[in-house]
Design a binder for this molecule. Structure first.
Ligand code: PLP
Length: 396
């Protein structure tokens, strides 16, 4: 027989997967450019040319057994040093390479970090709206997800709600900014308040509460919006970084965990990270892409196309009377269903070939997510359909 929990997880209906399948079938039926698919957070911008050049150069000029062989479990020492140096340059944190652990992207960074920290029944606070996989990752580490509801208008963290969720069992808090699905960047004042509360509560309950920053979207920020680097605000912090969106490499699975050098027992926490990675069978992060990441440590994808898409879709939907917060980062727009029902909004939009994601599973009911990492033509072509939906709802 099989494990019941794993079976339940594997057989649970995934709305995004269903939309993806529907999109493929519908495109085959009526034509690629007649379906406006906003369901997936798959980057639409190509990796920077530095990435392609690095791959070619590495493949052509490195001894293959070295390039494709196992690295040490925590990652190649030279790669980790380059990343540590970059953290120091960018954020002023005196980051030793010995606290960097290379991973297969943010999902692996999170599962490893949670497994490293959690004992059975430990609680992990997550801020709604949140990336739906958090509950899966936390439960896999035998933890308990505790949801903190946001400020309703801005989707910033509601500080008093957050404080009320902390108990003696709180082991960690995950912060994701820029946020999937809202696109909101938490302000520095918000981050400071969160950290002050965590310091106070850690003292009261007598153990560290870790702040985990899930940062796949750190580099996708529009205008001069500031994304605080948590190690500069809170000592017991861990950064779960990924190159999936920063370099448009989601299928290559590369990222890292950085344990703050200021964290209590930082070396022991790091060893727990190594142990968790080992027990989860990660062995090592992809060797070639560790080297690519090291060479492209200060390279970023060109986000101008995302910025243009954001303005087109945000302004377009606002003009039609839809309610949404202007995203400062990532490539998602979180839109309120005019009748408060996310699923009916999804169904109505689908009738006009608009594929959007109903988000009740993201911790806030009555919203849909529009992933605008698509071609400009998809956005401009979709607006006529959204206009029809707006008319049906009586918004215009
Ligand atoms: N965290 C958030 C908030 C995400 O949106 C995603 C992917 O979309 C991940 C983690 C996982 O990213 P990765 O591809 O680096 O594993």
């Amino acid at each position: 027989m099989y494990n019941k929990r794993s079976f339940a997880l594997g057989s649970k209906r995934s709305v995004i997967r269903e939309i993806f399948e529907y999109s493929k079938a519908r495109k085959a039926e009526i034509g690629e450019n007649k379906v406006f698919d906003f369901s997936l957070g798959n980057p639409s911008v190509s990796p920077p040319k530095e990435v392609t050049e690095a791959i070619i150069d590495l493949v052509e000029n490195t001894e293959p057994t070295a390039l494709h062989g196992y690295t040490s479990a925590q990652g190649d020492a030279g790669v980790r040093q380059k990343i540590a140096d970059s953290i120091k340059r960018r954020f002023g944190v005196d980051m030793p390479a010995s606290l960097i652990y290379m991973t297969c992207g943010a999902a692996a960074s999170l599962t490893i970090t949670l497994k490293a920290l959690f004992d059975k029944g430990d609680e992990c606070i997550i801020f709604a709206p949140f990336f739906t996989e958090y509950t899966v990752f936390i439960e896999n580490a035998e933890g308990v997800p505790v949801i903190s509801m946001p400020e309703p208008e801005t989707f910033q963290i509601d500080i008093s709600d957050f404080e009320s969720r902390i108990t003696e069992r709180t082991k960690a808090v995950i912060i994701n900014s820029p946020n999937n699905p809202s696109g909101v960047v938490y302000t520095e004042a918000t981050v400071k308040r969160v950290c002050q509360i965590l310091e106070k509560k850690s003292r009261e309950i007598g153990h560290a509460i870790y702040l985990i920053a899930d940062e796949p979207y750190r580099e996708l920020v529009y205008g001069n919006v500031f994304v605080p680097y948590i190690m500069n605000y809170y000592k017991n912090s861990i950064v779960c970084y990924s190159y999936s969106k920063a370099l448009s490499l989601p299928g290559e699975r590369i990222g890292y965990i950085a344990v703050s050098p200021q964290a209590e027992c930082a070396d022991e926490v790091y060893l727990a990270v190594c142990g968790a990675g080992r027990s989860l069978g990660y062995v090592c992060a992809p060797s070639l892409f560790q080297q690519v990441a090291a060479r492209c440590v200060d390279t970023r994808v060109n986000i101008s196309a995302y910025a243009e898409n954001r303005d087109l879709i945000y302004n377009g939907l606002k003009r039609l009377g839809f309610e949404c917060v202007k995203p400062d980062g990532a490539f998602y727009l979180f839109v309120k269903s005019p009748d408060g029902d996310a699923f009916s909004f999804y169904e109505r939009a689908k009738k006009h070939e608009l594929l959007i994601v109903p988000c009740d599973d993201f911790g806030v009911t009555g919203y849909v997510r529009i992933a605008y990492c698509v071609s400009k033509e998809t956005i401009t072509g979709s607006l006529a359909g959204f206009e029809k939906v707006a008319k049906e709802y009586g918004l215009i």
